[in-house]
Design a protein around this ligand. Structure first.
Ligand code: SF4
Length: 85
């Protein structure tokens, strides 16, 4: 077996695990989103990016201190727990 094929087989063996971990990172908390009337758009000047509860993420989404278990909070989102103080 040549080296290139051996490397390909090693990478292929771990690919499903890698994809599972990537998908496991994307989760939402539907019940708290509903309770706090979370929406994906800002309300006037109030957006998650300007809220003290927002924790920026690596991509276009982040997390929120009052909606645990949710890493898909949009910086452009809003909910009734918006906090500036
Ligand atoms: S409390 Fe509401 S407005 Fe503030 S970051 Fe969390 S979801 Fe966004």
């Amino acid at each position: 077996m040549n080296t290139t094929r051996r490397k390909f087989l090693k990478i292929s063996a771990f690919l499903p695990l890698f994809l599972t971990i990537q998908e496991a990172g994307a989760q939402t908390n539907p019940s708290l989103r509903a309770e706090f009337k979370y929406q994906g758009a800002p309300k006037g000047d109030m957006s998650c990016a300007a809220c003290l509860e927002f924790i920026p993420g690596n991509k276009d989404a982040g997390r929120c201190r009052v909606i645990p278990g949710d890493d898909e909070i949009s910086p452009n989102g809003y909910c009734t727990k918006w906090n500036s103080m």
